[in-house]
Ligand binder design. Structure first.
Ligand code: KG4
Ligand code: ZN
Length: 333
């Protein structure tokens, strides 16, 4: 029996969740809209807003879960990877809270947690499975052998898939984070209107930096010829870019599935909220005999429910850390 409070503050969402015996009973997320006009997250601003939000978000989560803080059995928190200043707010708060209430501390790897979000609700994947984890900072194909026994078998050599979405949005003068907006406009466009080069990268790795540059030149050249090009063709551009990114992501995932002989296939992370990726993955079920696992929308982008479920499995193993634990912006997988 365990009631775990979990804190996520790795980037620009301040989130607190409660997990009661493996069931999520609260998941409060405070988004930071302050970064919209800057074209990306400003680390210094993110830390300050976490500092303002953390106590009200904790209080709201305890209220939603209908638990008194004295009933808690452990405090879980994101140790990394992420922005150091943002992580420091969550880690410091978790340590003080645990110290005051005499509770054990559970350190969670944010990338593990994105994958373990699949264990919040049914259906749950069975081990071993492959997970394509696609977020603003990471693009990884992970061989998941057990809850905390995971191996990266392919990853991006430069930009992440989320960055490819966000940078395309910036080129198209859309606010940050652009991924959801590209998705929205793409739904009204023709995915085959424009063709973009597919990166030729070895093995199961990815690269999106050349792709991003190709889009930059494509838009720049077209705007030179027609200043209204973006406004006139926004839907088709978004649909074509999204289609290309999804094809690039799934080609390597298919290769990994063949290489490892695995048919249990999951996606996770912010970009797994993308409607094109979700539909294309579902479409591969029948074609390849896969069983696919797609997280509920609220568990794709950053949230503390995924930290709480990871905390639940670590609590079972009594995998606790001491008060000397520190956040880390880069974390060994
Ligand atoms: O996992 P996440 O919330 O934060 C990180 O750990 O990075 O992922 C954020 C990323 C951003 O790049 C955002 O644009 C992208 O996920 N994203 C999407 C969609 N929703 C979020 N990208 C494409 N389509 C979406 N619907
Ligand atoms: Zn994330």
């Amino acid at each position: 029996m365990s009631i775990i409070l979990a804190i996520e503050s790795s980037c620009d969402e301040t989130s607190v969740a409660v997990c009661n015996n493996g069931k999520i009973t609260a998941n409060v997320i405070a988004n930071q809209t302050i970064h919209e006009n800057y074209g990306g997250v400003i680390p210094e601003l993110a830390s300050r807003v976490h500092q303002q939000n953390i106590v009200p978000v904790i209080q709201q989560a305890l209220t939603d879960a209908k638990v008194n803080k004295k009933e808690l059995n452990a405090v879980a928190f994101t140790r990394g990877p992420g922005l150091l200043g943002s992580l420091l707010v969550g880690v410091s708060f978790a340590k003080s809270f645990a110290l005051a209430l005499d509770l054990p501390l559970i350190a969670v790897n944010h990338m593990h947690a994105h994958i373990l979000a699949h264990f919040i609700d049914d259906p749950k994947p069975s081990f071993p499975f492959l997970c394509l984890t696609v977020s603003g900072g990471h693009t990884q194909i992970v061989l998941v052998k057990d809850y905390f026994d995971m191996e990266i078998v392919g990853e991006t050599l430069d930009d992440a898939a989320g960055e490819a979405f966000d940078k395309t949005a910036k080129i198209l003068n859309l606010p940050y984070p652009g991924g959801p907006l590209i998705d929205k406009h793409a739904q009204l466009g023709n995915p085959l209107a424009y063709k973009f080069p597919v990166p030729q990268i070895k093995d199961l790795d990815y690269s999106f930096s050349g792709f991003k540059t190709a889009i930059l030149y494509f838009v720049r050249d077209n705007v030179k010829a027609n200043p209204d090009f973006i406004a006139q063709h926004l839907e088709d551009i978004c649909a074509s870019v999204q289609h290309s990114i999804v094809q690039i992501l799934l080609a390597k995932l298919k290769k990994a599935a063949q290489q490892y002989g695995i048919k249990e296939i999951a996606i996770a992370g912010g970009v797994s909220a993308n409607s094109g990726l979700r539909a294309a993955l579902k479409g591969m079920e029948a074609e390849l005999g896969w069983r696919t696992y797609i997280p509920a929308f609220q568990y794709c982008t950053d949230n503390a429910a995924m930290i709480a479920i990871a905390g639940h499995y670590k609590f079972i193993e009594k995998d606790f850390v001491g008060q000397d634990v520190a956040p880390t912006s880069r974390m060994v997988f």
